[in-house]
Write a protein that binds this ligand. Structure first.
Ligand SMILES: CC(C)(COP(=O)(O)OP(=O)(O)OC[C@H]1O[C@@H](n2cnc3c(N)ncnc32)[C@H](O)[C@@H]1OP(=O)(O)O)[C@@H](O)C(=O)NCCC(=O)NCCS
Length: 394
């Protein structure tokens, strides 16, 4: 039997997130498998001691594995000209897919089954829309109401249940955009973003180096006036929802022993991961249960965590999670949570985001929290599945 290993993060990259829009999206002519090709290439270019044929598994998350995203892990790998001998797996459990891919890869390293793994996720929410080819089990409606399923409806219900005001959501979303613009301007994303060729609305080709959606000067008054597309008289709007986007992210993970053998440096290891199910009609508060479980099983609490990446699917669920778990201040400005902005500004390409927030967390920890031992990444998922991952300085 293999011995238990430590699993360290060697590198992590992502593409910029483009808007998922047939005319306006910078990646309108770039497929999700091509976004993955860019991150595969970047990982091997940046880590020449790691040969593609030595990778023992590639786990790729995607939330809607149909059409261009059908077996995205395998097909993107082959279409990138990478070795056929390397096994791949497409991992899918809605928004947590990319994080689940990383957790599965980490666990295979910790168990001793593998020593070099790639894991991440990709999604293009325009080319493969949310719920593409969905055919719900009819018996589902014995347990849920159809109106409880749409993501926006769940965000409205969370706002009501957890008493999150529209004003606080607007402040939260505006702040996320300002922080993302600041981080971009300060070059904070330089280590994680791999530029990819895209097209402007007029068809001009250009090198996309930054996330497309970030609003540099959000107008809170205008945002307050925006109406809910989800519920009559509702409080959630396009400005307080994560925008439809396209992107890919990837991490290179190894057993500490293998990394030492190859002479590779590392700063953080995968420490612990949890998954929790919750009521799909308030799926956005799932991280409350995943993180509570993580704290209970590790004996840690919010005070032990230096930096937190919480995926901002909607402002309502983000604020409910932060407040309920006491992860940070009740309201912006935050000290630990998403200090380089979050999905309100960067976008949330469903199956990619769980991997993207781990990549960003690794960079934030290294750059802004060098003395902190622990970092936490967590996200909710459609139909009530949430994940949380703890990383630890080594
Ligand atoms: C909310 C949602 C329906 C809006 O989609 P859409 O109608 O295609 O909207 P857009 O993103 O193009 O934005 C709509 C309008 O609001 C505007 N807008 C968005 N954010 C704004 C802001 N902060 N300030 C001002 N205007 C804003 C846009 O500019 C756009 O106006 P325009 O067409 O005049 O440019 C869509 O983004 C959505 O479904 N998001 C949630 C995705 C989701 O469920 N993810 C899974 C989570 S678990």
């Amino acid at each position: 039997m293999a011995e238990l290993n430590e699993c360290v993060f060697i590198d992590g990259v992502r593409t910029p997130n483009g808007r998922a829009h047939a005319e306006k999206g910078w990646f309108k002519d770039v497929r999700p498998d091509e976004l993955l090709s860019a991150v595969y290439k970047a990982i091997f270019d940046r880590n020449p001691k790691v040969k593609p044929e030595d990778v023992e598994g590639v786990f790729i998350g995607t939330a809607n594995p149909s059409g261009m995203q059908n077996d995205l892990g395998r097909l993107s790998w082959i279409a990138s000209g990478l070795p056929l001998s390397v096994p791949t797996q497409t991992v899918t459990n809605q928004c947590p897919s990319g994080m689940s891919a990383i957790m599965n890869a980490a666990r295979s390293i910790i168990s001793g089954e593998n020593s070099i793994m790639l894991a991440g996720g990709a999604e293009d929410m325009e080319k493969v829309g949310m719920g593409a080819n969905m055919d719900f089990p009819p018996r589902l409606w014995e347990y849920l109401k159809p109106a409880e399923i749409p993501m926006g409806n769940t965000a409205e219900k969370v706002a009501e249940m957890y008493k999150v005001s529209k004003e606080d959501m607007v402040k939260f979303a505006a702040n996320s955009n300002r922080l993302a613009a600041k981080a971009r301007d300060e070059g904070k994303f330089k280590n994680e973003i791999i530029p990819v060729m895209g097209k402007k609305e007029d068809g001009t080709a250009f090198l996309v180096e930054n996330d497309q959606w970030i609003r540099d000067n959000p107008n809170e008054e205008k945002m307050m006036l925006m109406e809910s597309p989800f519920k009559e008289g509702g409080v959630v709007s396009a400005a307080t929802s994560s925008p439809l986007t396209a992107g890919a992210a990837l991490v290179l993970m190894m057993s500490r022993k293998k990394a030492d053998e190859l002479g590779l440096s590392y700063s953080y290891k995968y420490s612990f991961g949890t998954q929790a199910g919750n009521d799909p009609s308030v799926m956005g508060v799932g991280p409350i249960f995943a993180v509570k479980q993580l704290f209970a099983k590790t004996g840690l609490g919010p005070a032990d965590i230096g930096a937190i990446e919480l995926n901002e699917a909607f402002a309502s669920q983000s604020l409910a999670v932060i407040r309920e778990l006491k992860l940070d201040n009740e309201n912006v400005p935050f000290k630990k949570v998403n200090t380089w902005g979050g999905a309100m500004a960067l976008g949330h390409p469903l199956g990619q985001s769980g991997a993207r927030i781990i990549v960003t967390l690794l960079n934030r920890m290294k750059t802004d929290y060098p003395n902190e031992k622990y970092g936490l990444a967590t996200l909710c998922g459609g139909f009530g599945n949430a994940n949380a991952v703890l990383i630890e300085k080594v």
